[in-house]
Ligand binder design. Sequence first.
Ligand SMILES: *Cc1c(COP(=O)(O)O)cnc(C)c1O
Ligand code: SF4
Length: 339
Amino acid sequence: MIVASDKHERFNEAPSPTWQRQLSSAIRDPHELCQRLGLSEAWLPGARKGHQLFEVCVPDAYLSRIAHATPDDPLLRQVLPLGDEAVSAIGYVTDPLEEAEHRPARGLIHKYAGRVLLIASPNCAINCRYCFRRHFPYSDNSPSRAEWQDALQYLRDAPSIHEAILSGGDPLAANDRQLAWLVGELEKIPHLKRLRIHTRLPVVIPDRVDSALLDWLGTTRLQKVMVLHINHANEIDQAVIDACTRLKAAGVTLLNQSVLLRGINDEVETLATLSERLFEAGVLPYYLHVLDPVQGAAHFDVPDDEARTIVTQLREHLPGFLMPRLVREVPGEASKTPL
Ligand SMILES: *Cc1c(COP(=O)(O)O)cnc(C)c1O
Ligand code: SF4
């Protein structure tokens, strides 16, 4: 998959990198997903129904960490569509974060002081069933080079902004040529100090952390932070640890955010193991988000009281530096809101 968003890029004749081939051959069919994992036919009707609302996408590298014939596998639960997704629940909406109101330029979301989100790719390498972007109007938000100009001008004119956060979708689903160009433009803006990348790709397809990525990431003058998205210790296999090691060698500070999810990581021991395993991979826990109330995800919800109890107990198991901050995103607030 080569994303040719403007003329220059059509001259890219090089064979596509291995991660792009892995992404194009990801499982995108609910029947194939059930078959590959040895799930009984009973799961198919629900999987088909959920798939119609938000399509299945699971690359092999992630599938390989899911146990066979185990319907409650914590990684499977993140990617297997269910009939429950068609159930509507009060308060669960299609744009829970009201981001549509904070877009001063195409591809740019400015909600918090000192930092902005840039929607660097509309695509993801995996479709997480609880995702708050499952209804996001992506097609409006993936600018080409010419279309980035307004966002870049906005940043040049805003000296209070010190940090650009590449987001998406998943920003690392964009090709390295596009990303290197964008980061090159960002680093010309003198008041920008930091580049942050919010991505799940190094977890989903660890081969994404290849030499082309490390080339632009390792050479930018900006300080680099990468916030990974890992919800369960089983997501961290040796390939993920190796990818983290390469990122750290390129000078990247690694953090992780998780979403607290019913049936996946809503137990103290599971979260403690996740923090320990993250640290073994060189990653520090950052946020533990409560679920955003997005339509189709209500079955993943953990009520606030229970979330607080879990985190209070977690504190008794972990050193302070391995404790994620329990937060919620409240539209209109100036930061994430601690619970
Ligand atoms: C979450 C978020 C950020 C980053 O917030 P931090 O607390 O700095 O991690 C920035 N902009 C938007 C729009 C966000 O949703
Ligand atoms: S990788 Fe992130 S943005 Fe993409 S589907 Fe998963 S949670 Fe959503």
